[in-house]
Design a protein around this ligand. Structure first.
Ligand code: FMN
Length: 337
């Protein structure tokens, strides 16, 4: 394919990167994927003020569960061809610790979308209820702007809850129906690719009141230890992510965006601005960066800069102008821009 220009032949003029995720205005469409960019850890390891200078347009912390979770036995992570597999098992210090950490995030200028997980519906409800109570009673400026929740019903590495909910449309609907009345904030449901038809679960979530869908979480997978010929991960199986999954993730985002009227956060193997643009063409309003954060601490800002260059190279004036170009019925092409 011949492009009108290449990224290094930039046209002049502003490219509008801001997008609206429902009521939420983001300064650009690139956010982090839960569990792959921990602000506390970043601040501890690098001499850089990540709170004052946050690379993403929203912060999605590691999934929070009601009780602290130790996670799965090691090894928990392995590199694979074109990707990585993990079986962290939602290790996190639990709700109370997360609540305690909120004041430290108060200076964050970007909105926070709290990822919530659980073994059963009641756990999710308890976490959202507690957060709403804390946020409602907090004095202005003492906590970050929590703009919404992402219900993680898609972690493949825990024995109960999560994936059992996200693979069952009725369970997903019941969970969303239980959480919806608790909050007026943006309610995102994070979908699993480990189903036959992702649109069925997506529709169940939206019909029950979800404002937005994010996908994909990782694909259930297994790596074999070449010496012992046993499963390598302590949990035996894990979740595959990274570039290896990108074409499948694109297809799933495309199917959901084509079928449903709510905004979609697309993710799965994004490592470049062009990857991000492909997800946007498949209907994503925002994109999330996961495994790429483990390869480079500056992946977020690099991908935003590359995305802007890719838009400009195609003479696309905004992210919105690129959205949905790959969807059925879109007569336009980037060449028409
Ligand atoms: C080490 C690791 C930990 C993760 N932890 C979470 C998590 O706590 N909650 C969640 O919803 N997704 C979690 N994920 C999944 C990512 O958010 C993302 O959906 C997935 O990795 C696909 O994106 P990617 O291919 O860009 O990595 C995790 C992924 C990795 C690699």
């Amino acid at each position: 394919m011949t492009l009108p220009q290449t990224p290094d032949q930039h046209g002049k003029g502003e490219v509008e990167l801001a997008v609206s995720l429902g009521p939420l205005r983001l300064r650009h469409p690139v956010i982090n994927a839960s569990g792959t960019f921990d602000l506390g850890e970043m601040e501890a390891h690098y001499e850089r003020d990540f709170v004052a200078d946050f690379p993403f347009s929203a912060y999605v912390p590691k999934t929070v569960t009601l009780e602290a979770r130790a996670g799965n036995p090691p090894p928990r992570v392995s590199e694979t061809a074109c990707g990585m597999i993990n079986a962290i098992g939602l290790a996190n210090p639990g709700l109370q610790s997360f609540l305690n950490s909120l004041p430290a995030l108060a200076k964050l200028r970007e909105p926070v979308i709290v990822s919530v997980g659980g073994s059963q519906r009641e756990d999710y409800v308890a976490v959202v209820e507690a957060l709403e109570k804390t946020l409602d009673s907090a004095t202005k400026g003492s906590v970050p702007q929590v703009a919404g929740y992402e219900l993680n019903v898609s972690c493949p590495n825990v024995r109960t809850g999560c994936l059992a909910i996200g693979t069952d449309p009725a369970e997903t609907a019941a969970l969303v129906s239980a959480v919806r009345p608790l909050t007026a904030r943006l309610l995102v449901v994070k979908l699993t690719p480990n189903v036959t038809d992702v649109v069925v679960v997506a529709r169940a979530a939206v019909d029950a009141g979800a404002d937005c869908l994010s996908l994909v979480n990782t694909f259930r997978a297994l790596v074999v230890d070449s010496v012992t010929l046993k499963p390598f991960l302590g949990n035996r199986t894990g979740g595959l992510c990274g570039p290896a999954i990108k074409p499948i993730a694109l297809r799933l985002v495309h199917d959901v965006a084509a079928a449903l009227p709510v905004p979609v956060i697309g993710m799965g193997g994004i490592t470049t601005g062009l990857d991000a643009l492909e997800f946007i063409a498949c209907g994503a309003t925002a994109v999330a960066i996961g495994a790429a954060n483990f390869a480079a601490v500056d992946a977020g800002e690099r991908i935003v800069a590359e995305l802007e260059a890719e838009l400009r190279a195609r003479c696309l004036p905004s992210v919105s102008a690129a959205r949905g170009l790959a969807l059925p019925g879109s007569a336009r092409s980037a060449r028409d821009a």
